[in-house]
Design a binder for this molecule. Structure first.
Ligand SMILES: C[S@@+](CC[C@H](N)C(=O)[O-])C[C@H]1O[C@@H](n2cnc3c(N)ncnc32)[C@H](O)[C@@H]1O
Length: 183
């Protein structure tokens, strides 16, 4: 089955969890991974779906053995394990990353639909990312809206800063890339 068809079928069966009308474009995959490379070390991806951002991460030069994925949908996990040999794929929520990944990760690339989640879960997921990230590590999140996934006060309380690092019109819908780091 091709990845768009698989994505659409999962969107119909689990609309809240998938929460996007189509897989990300390769332009968004490239923008999300633009500062990554072999120098980044270990990379974790949250919510890879059918792997459009995973492709961008690997194309940027991250070695498969340095990439770990957290995906909650078993159909996507089966597809990802087959499509990306050498990459570690966990059937688990992003929020469980600190229990499953050693600290010292260089970047967390996230496609989880944070803005569709309750505020407490958004904060838990961001906090989980920064628990495994090394001090100069970055959390990169795409969004279809202009604002970040957390309130400014929550971003501050986690000790973070953020900026928009890309706008990708060639995506359905157009997307923004927000990069968070420790202040
Ligand atoms: C908007 S889709 C993005 C898929 C893919 N990253 C892309 O850009 O095409 C959101 C993905 O996040 C996954 N997801 C939702 N909640 C999650 C969670 N708590 N932890 C890990 N993955 C999650 C969904 O199953 C889905 O694959």
């Amino acid at each position: 089955m091709n990845d768009t068809l698989l994505f659409m079928r999962q969107l119909i069966s689990r609309p809240l969890q998938v929460s996007a009308m189509a897989p990300s474009s390769r332009f968004l995959g490239k923008a999300m991974a633009k500062d990554l490379g072999p120098h980044t070390g270990r990379v974790v991806e949250f919510g890879p779906g059918t792997g459009r951002l995973t492709e961008g991460i690997l194309n940027a030069g991250v070695a498969p053995e340095n990439l770990t994925l957290f995906e909650m949908n078993p159909e996507f996990v089966t597809y990802l394990r087959d499509r990306f040999p050498g990459v570690t794929v966990h059937l688990a929520g992003a929020e469980s990353a600190p229990q499953m990944v050693e600290k010292g990760v260089g970047a967390v690339i996230s496609g989880v639909p944070l803005l569709s989640m309750p505020m407490a879960l958004r904060r838990t997921i961001m906090a989980a990312a920064f628990e495994i990230l090394r001090p100069d590590g970055v959390y990169v999140q795409f969004t279809y809206r202009g604002r970040p996934a957390l309130e400014e006060s929550q971003i501050k309380s986690l000790g973070l800063t953020w900026k928009q690092t890309a706008f990708v019109p060639l995506n359905l819908p157009p997307a923004r890339v927000h990069t968070f780091r420790r202040a």
